[in-house]
Design a binder for this molecule. Structure first.
Ligand code: BEZ
Ligand code: FE
Length: 307
């Protein structure tokens, strides 16, 4: 039997119009879909449409944005993740990290992982020197891993990595720096203690030869990261800590290109100009020394994921 076509002109929001654009798009989603995906997509569409309405881009501007995203994707390879870099410079990586690591007071805060972490770095005894290229100002790093009440955590794993004195990670300069220069894995002792030798870190630029670097420049921003050492500290029963410690004298502390600085992570690097103290650690005077303790929070509840 003949059925009249539904009169869509009477159905509010069935067709696209400028005023109701986000509702029209979101109204097309099915009923039986993953509820988290539904929430994520409807929020994204709502805010994306609001941004486009506020910006009112010309077609040329819209295509420039598409070109930027295309070039960002084309820059990605095994060693370079330009989208993560984009998320980093927009503060999104730090925001996602903050939302997912709301720790009890006294626990060492997280900060950005960055792209230069390498699994299975060389394992060293406490006290070893991870600087293999001999460049830079010598540094001794020592401290303890504890729980948030100050009880020692023995056998915690501490992974550390940093740039060399020229401002590059070993993996950025394969064949120029020794492999695994300035990275290593240490284990806390019975009192939770750890120690190693290295060099005082310096500020360095994030990779800025791609679309994200161009965008930073166009926004009048510099690409520099405040001087830091990276750490991942893990122990069974505790939340892993992915963090940095920062030198207090770096001019880029307040302007860190990826918003990675937290005041609680600025350490007290001391210059030691004492021949006996230097001899005791196998350095010549002067050298730098920093004491840094990590406080781990108990393991948190499992996190939500999109199926
Ligand atoms: C880093 O600290 O290694 C880093 C973090 C974010 C972007 C680029 C580098
Ligand atoms: Fe870094």
């Amino acid at each position: 039997m003949y059925q009249a076509a539904p009169n869509l002109s009477r159905t509010p929001s069935a067709y696209f119009d400028e005023e109701h654009s986000a509702d029209v798009v979101n109204g097309r989603m099915g009923q039986d879909i993953n509820p988290r995906l539904k929430q994520v997509m409807s929020v994204l569409v709502k805010h994306l449409h609001a941004a486009v309405k506020e910006i009112e881009p010309t077609h040329d501007e819209w295509f420039a944005a598409i070109r930027f995203l295309t070039e960002t994707g084309q820059m990605c390879n095994e060693w370079r993740q330009e989208y993560i870099l984009l998320s980093d410079i927009l503060g999104v990586s730090m925001l996602v990290d903050a939302i997912n690591h709301r720790r009890p007071s006294g626990a060492t805060p997280n900060t950005i992982l960055g792209p230069f972490y390498v699994e299975n770095a060389p394992q060293y005894e406490n006290g070893a020197n991870i600087c293999l290229d001999g460049k830079g100002e010598p540094l001794v790093v020592a401290g303890r891993v504890t729980d948030i009440s100050g009880n020692p955590i023995p056998n915690a794993k501490l992974e550390v990595w940093q740039t060399n004195d020229d401002g590059f990670y070993d993996v950025q300069q394969k064949g120029i720096q020794p492999d695994s220069n300035l990275r290593g894995v240490f284990t806390s002792d019975a009192e939770g203690g750890y120690s190693f030798k290295s060099v005082k870190p310096r500020h360095y630029p994030i990779p800025s030869d791609g679309p994200v670097g161009k965008l930073l420049g166009a926004m009048g921003r510099h690409p520099n990261r405040a001087a830091h050492l990276h750490f991942i500290v893990t122990a069974p029963g505790y939340e892993p800590v992915i963090t940095h410690i920062f030198t207090p004298d770096c001019p880029y502390l307040p302007g860190d290109a990826v918003f990675g600085v937290k005041s609680e992570l600025i350490a007290d690097f001391k210059k030691v100009d004492d021949i006996d103290a230097a001899r005791a650690v196998g350095f010549e005077a002067p050298f730098w020394s920093v004491t840094w303790d990590f406080a781990l929070a108990p393991t948190a509840k499992p996190q939500r994921t999109i199926a």
